[in-house]
Design a protein around this ligand. Structure first.
Ligand SMILES: Nc1nc2c(c(=O)[nH]1)N[C@H]1C(S)=C(S)[C@@H](COP(=O)(O)O)O[C@H]1N2
Ligand SMILES: [Mo]
Length: 544
């Protein structure tokens, strides 16, 4: 009986190391194509991350369209009809394959000659990208990064190919005569194996990364364009800011957090792209009738403005995972009423297009006194993609993870006994009201303060209840009442400040709040899990 180990491998192995005549043309050419593929894939990936318009293939394609004379364009349309663009891209792909094969063949013969061909290709693509209108400041980065990666892969692959084909890698170092044959065969076999292994990995990842990045780029670019072009109806009622709503103190958080500065927390690896034209909200579960509504139907329910401070359960004492925005939306109680929640239900499981779920007490969404909304606008614009475009939930008084589902697609009326949300089996409470809190924004620890009169200022929030008082203690002395901004409503944070006569040295500044029900902010420190941090924010300040 013959075991696999006993099979004669030596003779066959030597055969395998031979590169056929056709192979001497095919493998280097393929190497060039793989190098170019890596170049394009890395460019696409970096373009997706830093400069969406900087896709080499598309930029060169658009460039060709622009320079092609009108008669040729007309011929292309006549010959290919609606497929003229596809024909162009196929032609371009063919040109890339030919040039890349040439690069591989040249590199196998003269070191770095193929690298130069790829570099020229990348340089042409960069020129095409930079001469497009709308090229951003980082538009040169994708083709550069692509060229570096593509050339590196080409050089390494060709080196392995030369070992396999027994082309002298370095003419100045001949092999020892006696061992030559044996060593050649071993080197060739190793070269062959490592050549194929890397070729496979490089080609495979180039395909996956390149196509993935291009698809993601197209999807987000088109939904981004839809979002940018979207005009939301004006609110029936705007929230007017009361006099004294905003304090003007350097270093203090603005009353309304600009969208660009608004914290972002979600489990989404890539931002979901939802076209409002095909978006549907399904309301089902324990309801009298299952309801499906479109984006337009939602808008037709009438939009109002709500200013609500959102807070993340992961916000540490003094942290930045809290923000205040003007939301444009529709009350959830009106939306739920369309379906008619049944009496024995006690929870709404909201679901995002990416599968994320949140469990919100039904009463928080139906209570007349709570402004829980489906939001479509944020600070005067449609929701940014990152903040849940086209529709998200915002519920005053509950941490985001149990209430603020972004990219919303379904509201399932159910019970806490029957259903569980994303974070519930992961160490967080099924129900999580926001623990009211306060924060010192300025002076900032680590920033030097000059002696003399200095404002101490920050924000405090107690959504649905409101902040009654904010107190500051310096160097663990008596608690002094801070001056508050005029609150917009009980769902938003207030700004506070206290004038301080700062003396040289180091000082502790601590803050605590009292809510409108007379409760003092919890002093006891708690970690963020399972239901939010607590404790008083205390900072160390050095004064010159
Ligand atoms: N689809 C989806 N929605 C989500 C989340 C998520 O991971 N996925 N995270 C929630 C959490 S934990 C918070 S704090 C808020 C944050 O909203 P923001 O990113 O707009 O600030 O979104 C909530 N909505
Ligand atoms: Mo959160």
């Amino acid at each position: 009986m013959q075991t696999p180990a006993a099979a004669p491998t030596a003779a066959k192995g030597t055969d395998m190391t031979k590169v056929s005549r056709a192979g001497r043309f095919f493998w280097p050419a393929l190497t060039g194509v793989i190098g170019a593929g890596v170049l394009l894939a890395v460019s696409e990936l970096i373009a997706l991350l830093v400069a969406r318009e900087a896709s080499p293939i598309l930029a060169v394609g658009s460039f060709v369209i622009d320079i092609v004379p009108q008669p040729v364009k007309e011929f292309a349309i006549a010959a290919f009809g609606a497929f003229d663009k596809i024909a162009l891209l196929l032609g371009l792909a063919l040109a890339v394959i030919v040039a890349a094969s040439l690069a591989g063949l040249l590199e196998a013969r003269w070191r770095y000659s193929g690298a130069v061909v790829l570099a020229i290709g990348a340089a042409l693509a960069t020129a095409a990208i930079l001469t497009r209108s709308g090229a951003s400041g980082l538009a040169w980065l994708p083709p550069l990064a692509g060229a570096i990666a593509g050339i590196a892969v080409l050089l390494i692959l060709i080196k392995r190919y030369r070992r396999w084909a027994q082309l002298p890698a370095d003419r100045s170092a001949p092999l020892d005569d006696a061992d030559e044959k044996e060593t050649d065969a071993v080197t060739a076999r190793m070269g062959r194996r490592s050549f194929f292994a890397l070729s496979l990995v490089a080609a495979g990842s180039a395909l996956v990364v390149g196509i993935g990045a291009r698809v993601a780029n197209v999807a987000t670019t088109s939904v981004r364009a839809i979002r940018d072009a979207l005009k939301l109806p004006a609110p029936r009622a705007e929230v007017a800011l009361p006099d004294g709503a905003e304090l003007d103190i350097p270093g203090l958080s603005p009353l309304i957090t600009p969208n660009a500065d608004f914290y972002r927390v979600d489990t989404a690896l890539t931002v979901p792209t939802v076209d409002p034209g095909t978006w549907r909200l399904i309301i089902d579960g324990m309801v009298d009738r299952r309801v499906e509504i479109t984006f337009d139907q939602l808008l037709e329910m009438g939009l109002d403005e709500y200013v609500i401070t959102l807070t993340c359960v992961s916000n540490e004492v003094g942290g930045k995972l809290v923000g205040n925005a003007r939301w444009l939306g529709v009350p959830l109680r009106d939306v739920l009423r369309l379906a008619g929640p049944q009496a024995n239900a006690d929870m709404v499981l909201s679901r995002s297009v990416d599968g994320y779920t949140a469990s919100t007490p039904l009463s928080s969404l139906t209570d007349d006194g709570i402004d829980a909304i489906l939001a479509v606008g944020m600070n005067g614009e449609p929701l940014p993609l990152e903040h849940g475009f086209p529709v998200r939930m915002v519920v005053p008084g509950l941490y985001g993870y149990v209430s603020a589902t972004k990219w919303l697609t379904e509201l399932k009326v159910t019970t806490f006994a029957a259903d569980e949300a994303y974070w519930t089996p992961r160490g967080y409470s099924a129900e999580a009201p926001i623990k009211f809190s306060s924060r010192v924004d300025t002076p900032r620890p680590g920033k030097r303060v000059s002696a003399g009169r200095t404002p101490i200022a920050g924000v405090a929030w107690a959504q649905t209840v409101g902040i009654e008082r904010v107190e500051v203690s310096i160097d663990d002395g008596a608690w002094q009442a801070a001056t508050l901004s005029t609150p917009i409503n009980d769902d938003t944070w207030v700004q506070w400040h206290l004038e301080w006569d700062a003396e040289p040295g180091t000082h502790y500044v601590a803050v605590r709040a009292i809510d409108r029900q007379g409760n003092l902010q919890a002093e006891e420190k708690a970690p963020i899990a399972p239901d939010g941090s607590s404790g008083w924010h205390r900072v160390l300040i050095s004064v010159d």
